[in-house]
Ligand binder design. Structure first.
Ligand SMILES: [Fe+2]
Length: 123
């Protein structure tokens, strides 16, 4: 396990994030380490797409076709990691499946999102 890993508590509707990990070999009981998926095989697109803007970054879920944002199927959060900073936006059904992060530019950039049906995705 490493910093920023996402964990699902078994039998509970709770998802946790590893904030600080001093021993990467630690194995926790009662939690499932969610693996980030990176390739879409379904009609709905999940891989987050990052667009660099003048004063930050726009992260969209679904580059050409937006992911659904229905009551029973939607993107719950979008994150962008910029160097050692992590920024997150929580979304609700009906909102656009995207997040604008007005933040300083960085060298190392990645994005993740969590779909309540299809799980964790990264670019
Ligand atoms: Fe989905």
């Amino acid at each position: 396990m490493k910093k920023f890993d996402i964990l699902k508590v078994k039998d509970y509707p709770v998802i946790l994030e590893a904030l600080i990990v001093d021993d990467e070999n630690v194995v926790l009981e009662g939690v499932e380490h969610l693996q980030e998926k990176r390739e879409d095989a379904t009609v709905e697109k999940h891989v987050p797409f990052i667009e660099e803007k003048e004063d930050g970054y726009l992260v969209k879920v679904g580059k050409e076709v937006a992911h659904p944002m229905l009551e029973n199927h939607y993107i719950q959060m979008i994150e962008i990691c910029i160097d050692d900073f992590l920024y997150r936006k929580y979304l609700k059904p009906g909102e656009a499946p995207e997040a604008y992060f007005r933040v300083p530019k960085g060298g190392s950039i990645c994005a993740r999102e969590y779909c309540n049906i299809h799980g964790l995705w990264s670019n």
